[in-house]
Design a protein around this ligand. Structure first.
Ligand SMILES: Nc1nc2c(c(=O)[nH]1)N[C@H]1C(S)=C(S)[C@@H](COP(=O)(O)O)O[C@H]1N2
Ligand SMILES: [Mo]
Length: 211
């Protein structure tokens, strides 16, 4: 049995309470520690903004899966879609409430490629070379999308269009823009920002910002 860190325990309980409270929770209650609410949608990209055409876009899935796969734009759009309104949190200290996204749940992809039992992490790859790492069990959560629409419109290029990952429960650097692939792995490995000292996990409610 893991030993419970009392501080983490209190924070987990508060988060669970907020989840139960859903959208009725006060804005303060929905803002993680150290964050400030914004109405804007800032753009944060390291390096140049890739230009990715849906006509040539591909999603590749490889590594520890039974059925490695590749999808083109038409193929991915044929998968089940989900619309959700969620809060997002950037490690540079802005949070934005009630952002509306549409896309394909990650678990639809996972069901098709069938992760091997030993797979427990995924490296997320992007056009332009950006990477970020995530736990497989967290990618399987209901609210993780391959997102291609924001606020009722096709996702803008600056925000990762035509396709980005959306992981609302972690700091936004995990929500990789210009998504190109998933590499299923055994064990964790740092992605781009994680190698420069960002936290391997990145939970905004317990301020996993660095290290
Ligand atoms: N491919 C790629 N994805 C990326 C980034 C990036 O530089 N390249 N920046 C990350 C960071 S640090 C943040 S805070 C969010 C910002 O998303 P936004 O520009 O849509 O606000 O994208 C994340 N995804
Ligand atoms: Mo960021």
């Amino acid at each position: 049995m893991p030993i419970l860190d009392p501080l983490k325990r209190v924070q987990d309980l508060r988060r669970a309470a907020e989840r139960r409270g859903g959208r009725s929770a006060s804005p303060e209650g929905r803002t993680p520690p150290g964050q400030v609410l914004t109405e804007k949608f800032p753009v944060l990209t390291y390096g140049p903004t890739p230009r990715v055409d849906p006509a040539t876009w591909r999603l590749k899935v490889w590594g520890l899966v039974e059925a490695p796969g590749e999808w083109d734009w038409e193929g991915i759009q044929a998968l089940p879609q989900q619309e959700q309104t969620v809060d997002i949190h950037c490690v540079t200290r802005w949070s934005k409430l009630d952002t509306r996204w549409e896309g394909i749940p990650f678990r639809e992809i996972a069901a098709l490629v069938r992760p091997r039992p030993e797979a427990d992490h995924v490296m997320i790859h992007c056009y332009g070379g950006y990477t970020t790492n995530m736990r497989l069990d967290e990618l399987m959560d209901d609210d993780v999308l391959l997102a291609h629409r924001y606020d009722g419109l096709p996702l803008e290029r600056e925000h990762g269009g035509p396709m980005r990952l959306l992981v609302p429960k972690l700091y936004l650097w995990k929500s990789a823009k210009w998504l190109s692939g998933f590499e299923f792995m055994q064990g964790d490995r740092p992605g781009f920002w994680e190698r420069y000292g960002y936290h391997m996990h990145g939970d905004p409610w317990v301020e996993e910002r660095f290290g």
